[in-house]
Design a protein around this ligand. Structure first.
Ligand code: PLP
Length: 470
């Protein structure tokens, strides 16, 4: 029987992150400032440290990981690569299934991979406090942990609905020494305005972003903002996943035919995929690996959304971002994969999809929890609902292999555990869980609104991403 766990030593933690930007099939389109309708980054320089902005626009292929960051990574990295021995047996598939498990981090997901360097660069540049938003609480927990490691304060604006539903995430942030505030709050102008109109408002990611950004802008001298996904620098930091996984697969003399992962903003998937994509473009790959990202049918930004410029947030504070989008006014159904409910996606993923370097599949939460159940019964680890979308994709592929008799190698990233998602499992096992499908009609309505708001948008789309979208 093959080993279940393939493990590396602490000195195998990568010394550099890999940046895909110089290796993309065509250059990444710029952000657009809505005031000037020209390339521009708006408020970005006021809320991020210089080193992070440098990485965001970097054309360097390899970027050094500071020793202080590797030293914190040492707490849980290298993360284990598992051979899914039990799952293969349960499926009776000839496929080899591997998963890179990021749930062993102090926050329980891949997010500390970027929270730690972000906190470090802020500390180096004299920031005293970080502000951020969190939906389901995973990013807030990760940032709280990272801020603690470098002696920074952290303020986390947590969407009111989640704050009430997931009190243990808030307590985890408090335990790491961060302040966690239900959003909308009376701390900011944006929050006060909403509460004045509706004191019982349950909040949204958009509102929480507005509060966190306003906090950083108002307290510009000592406070910066940190972001958990979508941006290039975040995806860059996540490449420790794929760089380690490559070494681990080498140890068992294997290489993936296909790589699955889930996409909220796309950072964990980029983290596993980019290093294998590098093998492909540098002609080092022994195989033609397929890259498949999975999303929720309730939030199908790539499978049903439109590739064009849109705001990254509901409050329209960010510049326009070139990405697949459902529209910045997207209101998600209350699915349990909270991390997959973002309306847009990392611009690098959009370029890769557009250039047919990767594909996406969408699954509803009922079939996703069926997959999670089989995974739990055969592997013993309770996955978060988000990566259960990747498990579903991997299981489907393994079953196709069973039909054709192909012994493909399947790799997926299990980006977090589900120990704070027990209410979701309870709903599933009691038969109350509902599937959701986002209607195509709604996408069209949001696009209509967007193009009414910015009648010049198609000119910008044509000029910078060479497509007329609508
Ligand atoms: C945040 C999160 C996601 C979604 O974000 P990505 O940037 O797409 O990775 C998915 N799974 C878990 C466990 C998360 O915490």
């Amino acid at each position: 029987m093959p080993d279940r766990k393939i493990l590396l030593n602490e000195n195998d933690i990568p010394k550099q992150w890999y940046n895909i930007v110089p290796d993309l099939p065509h250059p990444l389109p710029p952000f657009i400032d809505v005031e000037t309708k020209q390339p521009g980054v708006g408020i970005v320089p006021r809320i991020f440290p210089k080193e992070i902005i440098g990485q965001e626009i970097s054309q360097e292929r390899w970027i050094n990981i500071p020793d202080e960051v590797r030293d914190v990574y040492r707490i849980w990295r290298p993360s284990p690569l598992f051979r899914a021995v039990g799952l293969e047996k349960a499926l009776k598939t000839p496929a080899h299934i591997y998963y890179k498990y990021e749930g062993t981090s102090p926050a329980g997901s891949h997010k500390p991979n970027t929270a730690v360097p972000q906190a470090y660069y802020n500390m180096k540049e004299g920031t005293k406090r970080l502000s951020t938003e969190t939906g389901a609480g995973q990013w807030g927990s990760a940032l709280a942990f990272a801020a603690m490691m470098f002696g920074l304060k952290a303020t986390v604006y947590m969407v009111r609905a989640s704050y009430d539903q997931k009190p243990y995430r808030k307590m985890m942030m408090n335990t790491f020494g961060a302040e966690c505030i239900a959003s909308p709050s009376n701390r900011t102008e944006a929050g006060r305005k909403i509460l004045a109109e509706d004191p019982t408002n349950k909040g949204s990611l958009g509102i929480a972003i507005s509060e966190a950004v306003e906090d950083a802008l108002v307290n510009e001298a000592e406070t910066n903002y940190a972001i958990g996904s979508v941006f290039n620098h975040v995806c860059l930091h996540q490449t420790v996943e794929g760089l380690e996984a490559k070494k681990q697969l080498e140890m068992v003399d294997d290489y993936p035919d296909v790589i699955y992962g889930c996409i909220g903003g796309g950072s964990s998937y980029s983290g596993i995929m980019w290093p294998f994509y590098y093998d492909k473009v540098s002609k080092k790959a022994p195989k033609e690996t397929k890259f498949v990202a999975t999303e929720a049918t309730a939030c199908p930004k790539v499978t049903k959304g439109v590739y064009q410029y849109d705001h990254g947030d509901t409050a329209k504070l960010t510049p326009l971002v070139p990405m697949h989008t459902l529209g910045h006014d997207f209101i998600p159904a209350p699915i349990h994969a909270g991390g997959l409910r973002y309306h847009g996606i990392a611009p690098t993923i959009s370029v890769l999809v557009q250039e047919k370097q990767m594909t996406t599949e969408a699954f509803n939460q009922l079939e996703v929890f069926d997959a999670a159940k089989l995974f739990i019964q055969s592997e013993g680890i309770i996955p978060a609902p988000e990566p259960s979308h990747a498990i579903k994709g991997a299981i489907d592929e393994a079953l196709r292999c069973k039909k054709t008799g192909e012994a493909k190698t399947i790799l997926f990233v299990l980006c977090g555990h589900g120990y704070f998602d027990m209410a979701a499992y309870d709903e599933y096992f009691s038969g109350r869980l509902q599937p959701y499908e986002y209607p195509t009609q709604k996408v069209a309505e949001s696009m209509d609104k967007l193009h009414k708001l910015y009648p010049w948008l198609n000119e910008v789309n044509k000029k910078y991403i060479s497509c007329e979208t609508y």
